[in-house]
Design a binder for this molecule. Structure first.
Ligand code: ZN
Length: 201
């Protein structure tokens, strides 16, 4: 598949959380995967954006907190392939521990998940026509990754903005931003709030 044009980016988020559809033509990647028990709201927003769910062949969570990965298994059950960074594998069962019955969470099963090393993510994304890579960016959580497109668009999940980092997380947070900057990140598509330029070095 060719990767000439930059992928398009559409936000299909709800409840103050951004869920991003990155599209290279009809090949689409969903970044962050909905709230638990709210798969229907995600489907409605996709329909409103004229994005057929059947074209969302792959999805990835920036990290396994319920507002970012709560509907992952529902999406898998509907036909999406779940990409899991190696750093995220052990965080999946931990997320389940925080769910309450009222969350109506569908537990993520290991079956059919594709475990990806960040170092091999570029080759994988190329198979779906997207130029970019997964970057391990701990700070908010150890399992946090960012998805960095070659166009400089970075999907950073909840990676803490430098001015809000605590003393305890400061080193990890600053190292993650520095890593993204060195790899060419220009625009920050966070899990919450508007798109922003990269924070100053
Ligand atoms: Zn989080």
């Amino acid at each position: 598949m060719r990767m000439s044009a930059s992928p398009s980016i559409v936000n299909v988020g709800y409840r103050s959380t951004n869920f991003w559809v990155v599209s290279a033509g009809r090949s689409r990647l969903l970044i962050d995967l909905g709230w638990p028990g709210m798969f229907g709201a995600l489907m409605a927003n996709l329909a409103r954006a004229d994005i057929p769910f059947t074209e969302i062949t792959n999805g990835v969570a920036t990290h396994y907190h319920m507002d970012h990965a709560g509907a992952a298994q529902d999406l898998k059950n509907a036909g999406m392939r779940l990409l899991v960074a190696e750093e995220q594998v052990s965080a999946i069962p931990l997320m389940a521990q925080h769910m309450k019955p009222t969350d109506h969470y569908t537990p993520i099963v290991d079956a059919a998940n594709l475990i990806v090393k960040c170092s091999e993510s570029r080759a994988l994304l190329a198979t779906i026509g997207i130029g970019g890579q997964f970057v391990h960016t701990p700070g908010h959580s150890d399992d946090s990754i960012s998805i960095l497109l070659d166009s400089g668009e970075a999907f950073t999940g909840d990676l803490t903005w430098p001015t809000f980092a605590t003393e305890e997380t400061m080193d990890a947070v600053m190292a993650s931003w520095a890593k993204l900057r060195a790899l060419g990140a220009k625009a920050v598509h966070a899990g919450h709030g508007p798109v922003r330029p990269m924070p100053a070095a």
